[in-house]
Ligand binder design. Structure first.
Ligand code: SAM
Ligand code: SF4
Length: 326
């Protein structure tokens, strides 16, 4: 078990496999995003070495993200190696779904259990506007493939005022009526160069709940009111699935945070919304032993920040979401 100085058990590592992506969602990165050179990113064997160390420290849940994790070469083998690491109980992935049509089955066979697929609207035109060029039909094919491969599915939607609002939110929420999925609405968070845009477009959980209830009926708390990870869960009347709200901005869940993030360039980031990072790639490339790396990681965990400072206007400016691993 790895405790921080506030007594939180930190056991969940989100690994950004790449900062690159085959989309350019308006809330995530600028259209002319510059990506990092490949040699500056963690190589496969460096990721595996760190996974072994984290698993040895009691981390049992691993999520692969990015950027877009499915554009990383060798992704199926990466999943397989992580899933077969002693101590690892869950391997999940957050993806835009575009490549799942082809990859869902091999990934499931390699040991992937869950996918969170991002889909912000069901409307083809608005999907294209939000992602700058994506086709929503490709995401649907990916969702179908994930279903057929037996993967547990959650859908993630970031709501941006003026891009995808009332009708999109209602359509996405209505998917839970007939599908046993969790559809999660994520409040947009401010990062780096796109922070001003993000702060202007954030739509709060209260507003989303009112919009959904008006069209589809009263939302009843699910999961005995307990958080599911970072999501607060609700059911529509008679629904097969659940609706979740991840409301980092208006209803932070820092007290229950159990996660750490490994950036694609090998930095350990203990809070998504704080700039503090601990460099692992340099000591590793300079010949640090496993014991030395373990000591660096233990110290970083111990000093995990209590929570973010959005309420005090403290915004992380050193990176955008795709570089950290959302
Ligand atoms: N490319 C994959 C995807 O889109 O699912 C994985 C990486 S993406 C950075 C992970 C999640 O972060 C997605 O669900 C995305 O919608 C969300 N995200 C990106 N920028 C965000 C922001 N500014 N605020 C809140 N969520 C954001
Ligand atoms: Fe790419 Fe995901 Fe960011 Fe969209 S949210 S640009 S799909 S990394």
């Amino acid at each position: 078990m790895s405790l921080d100085r506030f007594g939180r058990d930190i056991n969940y590592l989100r690994i950004s496999l790449t900062d690159k992506c085959n989309l350019r969602c308006v809330y995530c990165m600028p259209e002319d995003m510059t990506f990092q050179p490949r040699e500056e990113l963690l190589q496969d064997d460096e990721i595996f070495r760190l996974v072994d160390i984290f698993a040895g420290l009691g981390f049992h849940k691993f999520r692969l993200t990015g950027g877009e994790p499915t554009v990383r070469a060798n992704i199926v083998n990466i999943v397989k190696r992580i899933a077969n690491t002693p101590g690892v109980q869950t391997v999940a992935m957050t993806t835009n779904g575009l490549m799942l049509d082809r990859l869902a089955r091999p990934l499931a066979e390699a040991g992937l259990q869950r996918v969170n697929i991002s889909i912000d609207t069901l409307d083809p035109n608005r999907f294209k506007t939000v992602t700058r060029w994506g086709k929503v039909q490709d995401v649907w094919s990916g969702i179908e493939a994930a279903k057929e491969a037996g993967l547990e599915i959650k859908l993630n939607a970031v709501v941006v005022r003026g891009y995808n609002d009332i009708q999109d939110v209602v359509d996405l929420a209505a998917l839970t009526l007939n599908n046993p999925w969790q559809v999660r609405f994520i409040e947009m968070m401010p990062f780096g160069d796109v922070a001003d845009f993000q702060r202007a477009g954030v739509v709060s959980q209260d507003e989303l709940m009112a919009t959904i209830s008006e069209s589809l009926g009263f939302l009843t708390p699910a999961n005995s009111g307990q958080l599911d990870g970072e999501a607060r869960l609700f059911n529509l009347p008679g629904a097969a699935g659940t609706i979740g709200f991840i409301s980092s901005v208006t209803q932070p869940f820092c007290a229950a945070c159990s996660r750490a993030r490994l950036t694609a360039d090998g930095r350990l980031r203990m809070c998504l919304l704080r700039e503090m990072e601990v460099n692992l790639i340099n000591p590793m490339r300079a010949g640090a032993t496993d014991e030395e790396l373990t000591a660096i990681i233990r110290k970083a965990i111990w000093f995990k920040p209590w929570g973010h400072g959005l309420a005090e206007d403290v915004i992380p400016l050193n990176r955008v979401m795709s570089e950290i691993g959302g």
